[in-house]
Design a protein around this ligand. Sequence first.
Ligand SMILES: [Zn+2]
Length: 272
Amino acid sequence: MLRIIAVLVLLSACQRSNDSYISDIPLIEGGTNSQNIEDSFNAKQYFVGQTDSIYGLLDLVNLSSLNGRILTDVKYATTDNFMNVQLYDTISSIYLNKEVAERLSKCQDFLDSLKPGFHLLVFDGIRPLQVQQEMWEALDSIPVYRRGKFVSNPAKGSVHNYGAAVDLTIVDTEGNQLDMGAGYDDFREIAFPSLEYKFLASGELAQTQVNNRKLLRKVMKKQGFRSIPSEWWHFNAFSRVTVSRKYKRLLTESGAVEWFRLSYPKKDTVSI
Ligand SMILES: [Zn+2]
């Protein structure tokens, strides 16, 4: 019964705004609605439990268990993403390396002190290399030399593969996402932090939108997360080379991992 109530609370939260941050739970065909809701909830909980225990062995933590004030909406576990395809089969929570998750938890504490009642809303954390490959191939209309701005070339991998990068925004006390002037995974230049000055001057970005991005960067910088020039929502806990020497990378959702140590180049670049 408690589970049904929890689901109903989630569903009613979804109805509060079009920009809902809680994923819909799919209904299973047949049976009554309440049965369906309970069955799909149980199935989801089963996969969460399985993934929690497998990833726990890899020192990856479920962010929601670490800090319930941080909200999550795993876009790639739904069709609500730039590919319009569900990319994750079993990942339905945000997982990050424990050390990174603890830093992000402190970012929420800092946000609490700046803006009481505001929450971080996380879209993606660890991302298996296999999914990175699918994204890379889906963007094949963009030339390779430009594509790396949006999705890291799987040949080099992404900081997301190590559970050390995070995609996120901020929601206000009413549960509405702050207006950043461009949505998540918007690949247009208007999403580029590096070009904010230009779009501010042309009037395509409003000062409040830039200020909202600055708030996010201020909160993340407090714990040493670094932003990148092409996406307002993406932050790295470490550089690509440093992370490759600290953690193994995740190859598949089922928990296959490997060391992929990069050597220090003259320039240590990062992207998603
Ligand atoms: Zn990212």
